[in-house]
Design a protein around this ligand. Structure first.
Ligand code: SAH
Ligand code: SF4
Length: 356
């Protein structure tokens, strides 16, 4: 497939206010900005002939000023139960990212990437093992959402939830991530409520503080995975910079500031962090915090030494936490047959064979 060349600025990178300023420079009236905004974020248009409410000259001007497409869906994989779809999207510079749609009852949840690759190097994560390539712009984060929104639109459906849990560390690309949320949140446009978003972070303490100070309604999930610094540093190198105590201090700050509950994610790995003692240690650490733990039985990646425990062991871990006063849920494993589960997103040279 031919490469996209992004010679024009991507329209989704601009806020409503910025577009107003540009339209004023183009000598176009203000109401056209609203029409454009509704066109791209409500109607989900991205082709000139869709903007039938615009005169031809303005359509030409728009499509000569902005790009409305910066990525091409290159591979689309569907899980055997048809409830998970993973799309590999090729970016204009030849790099690629992945984004996932999960259908569950009435929910249509998207798992969106914020970076190509990731700099954090967590040993159990396929994205981490790829290394860092680059940050995505706000527009590129938004375009992943619009890609699936258009797909759902064909069935008369809408995106109901967005988790920033795809490739990359959202708090390592803070401004673009927040700008994307602001745009998608706009009531006169895409209109997805702040509470419908969840950001998952590996624990970048200064950014959690900043996020707390912004007092947003967006949900926060923190990837904890181990209860001692020694163990956590082995799996998550970032722990050397922001150890557990510092991390939990900022979590307390966040809860005080926002009065919102934090989700702690726990990728359960057989022989590492799945025993009863660890569960008790974790319960002790989290005592008194407004939080709950979301256990994710480890999804398989390239490392053969890291595996999920048995179902029985998983339930024992959950019950130990619950018995020690910490609410705990086990995350449903979705899309494992197409490597669309948490931590499985990575760009391989050899595409999987189960393409549709
Ligand atoms: N960078 C962010 C968000 C992306 S990863 C973060 O680390 O939080 C989303 C979640 O998947 C994180 O909790 C991460 O620790 C978890 N994860 C990574 N690899 C995994 C694997 N192989 N199995 C299960 N969960 C995994
Ligand atoms: Fe990056 Fe998150 Fe993977 Fe760690 S788990 S390498 S922070 S994407």
């Amino acid at each position: 497939m031919e490469d996209l060349k992004l010679s024009l600025p991507l329209i989704f990178d601009f806020s409503f206010g910025q577009l107003e300023a540009i339209f004023s420079d183009l000598n176009e009236p203000k109401f056209r900005v609203k029409q454009l905004w509704q066109g791209i974020y409500i109607q989900l248009w991205n082709k000139p002939d869709q903007f039938t409410n615009f005169p031809k000259t303005l359509r030409d001007k728009l499509f000569n000023t902005f790009s409305f497409d910066s990525m091409i869906p290159e591979k689309i994989l569907q899980s055997s139960d048809h409830e998970t779809v993973k799309t590999l999207l090729k970016l204009y510079d030849g790099r690629a990212i992945e984004a996932v749609l999960m259908k569950y009852d009435q929910r249509r949840t998207l798992c969106i990437s914020t970076q190509a690759g990731c700099a954090m190097g967590c040993v159990f994560c396929a994205t981490g093992q790829m290394g860092f390539q680059r940050n995505l712009t706000a527009g590129e984060i938004i375009e992943q959402v619009l890609h699936y929104a258009r797909l759902l639109q064909q069935d008369g459906e809408r995106v109901t939830n967005i988790v920033l849990m795809g490739m990359g560390e959202p708090f390592h690309n803070y401004e673009s991530t927040m700008q994307a949320i602001n745009t998608l949140n706009d009531a006169d446009g895409f209109n997805l409520g702040a509470r419908r978003f969840t950001i998952s972070t590996v624990g970048l303490v200064p950014m959690i503080k900043k996020f707390a100070d912004e007092n947003r309604q967006v949900n926060l999930a923190i990837s904890l995975h181990e209860a001692t610094d020694e163990e956590r540093s082995k799996l998550l190198p970032v722990n050397k910079k922001y150890p557990i105590r510092t991390l939990l201090d900022v979590c307390r700050y966040y809860i005080e500031k926002t009065n919102r509950r934090i989700t702690f994610e726990w990728a359960l790995i057989a022989g590492y962090n799945d025993d009863v003692d660890t569960a008790k240690k974790l319960a002790e650490l989290l005592k008194g915090l407004l939080c709950h733990v979301n256990v994710i039985p480890l999804n398989p990646t390239a490392n053969p030494n890291l595996k999920a425990p048995t179902k029985e062991q998983t339930i024992i871990f959950q019950q130990t936490l619950e018995n020690n006063g910490i609410p705990c849920t086990i995350r449903l494993r979705r899309g494992i047959d197409i490597q669309a589960g948490c931590g499985q997103l990575a760009i391989k040279h050899n595409p999987p064979t189960n393409m549709i």
